[in-house]
Ligand binder design. Structure first.
Ligand SMILES: [Zn+2]
Length: 242
């Protein structure tokens, strides 16, 4: 390959590398979209789960209240029985013992009533909490829908960009020396997509290795493709392929 041909090929190769880097960046962005959506969805699901757990707690509280109400009613029945017995007891001892039982049962019911009140307060505050959470959930759901739509739009734009860049790459690669292209692809795969680097002063723009004067002269003359001894990347001189 003559000097002019090499210069022309290096120019094209630089374009190809630019396209490849953009393709890689576009692909990375595309890859992040499903995981973004899944993460937001998870957050939303967790919030829904929290609310349903709160609801279950309310059910437990309501059940507890009902059990206590049954207990109160049963005690009221007992009281009725005691009251009717008051008229038929024969001794003072029996009478006072019955009065004592009545007091005890009334005292028990008064405690149970306090418990019920406490359970109902807890339940009310949970209800209030759920109401707030539901409102927040609505906001989160709306936000999620918006973000999901935005991501879908972004995906569409990125896919279009990707397809366009692929087309551009096909057109560009058809113009380059195929053995140089193969070499570039091999080096690119080994170096995260960066196969072609410029000489920066007297160092390799890829790995900072100092390039000997003789090699630098050869790079500047563009008489052949030269690769860095350390990183293996193709070196070029900016001035030569402007
Ligand atoms: Zn290097």
């Amino acid at each position: 390959m003559g000097k002019d041909e090499l210069i022309a090929n290096l120019k094209i190769l630089r374009q190809i590398q630019q396209i490849d880097l953009e393709l890689q960046d576009t692909q990375n962005q595309l890859d992040s979209i499903p995981s973004n959506i899944a993460r937001w969805k998870d957050e939303l699901e967790n919030y829904k789960k929290e609310i349903s757990e709160d609801k279950k707690e309310i059910e437990t509280l309501t059940l507890g209240t009902k059990e206590k109400e049954i207990e109160i009613n049963s005690n009221l029945e007992t009281l009725k029985k005691y009251n009717s017995q008051l008229y038929i007891v024969k001794t003072n001892k029996e009478y006072s013992s019955l009065l004592h039982e009545i007091d005890e049962t009334k005292r028990k019911n008064s405690h149970i009533e306090d418990d019920i009140l406490e359970l109902m307060e807890k339940s009310d505050s949970k209800e209030k909490n759920i109401k707030e959470k539901k409102q927040k959930l609505e906001e989160l759901q709306e936000e999620f829908n918006k973000k999901e739509k935005e991501e879908q739009e972004r995906e569409k734009v990125l896919n279009e960009k990707f397809a366009q860049k692929r087309k551009e790459k096909e057109e560009t690669t058809s113009k380059i020396d195929q053995s140089l292209l193969v070499k570039y692809q091999r080096i690119s795969e080994a170096n995260d997509g960066l196969a072609l680097v410029s000489l920066l002063g007297n160092i390799c723009g890829g790995c900072n290795l100092e390039i000997p004067r003789q090699t630098r002269n050869e790079i500047q003359l563009c008489s052949k493709t030269i690769t860095c001894e350390r990183c293996g990347r193709i070196l070029y001189w900016e001035e030569a392929i402007k």
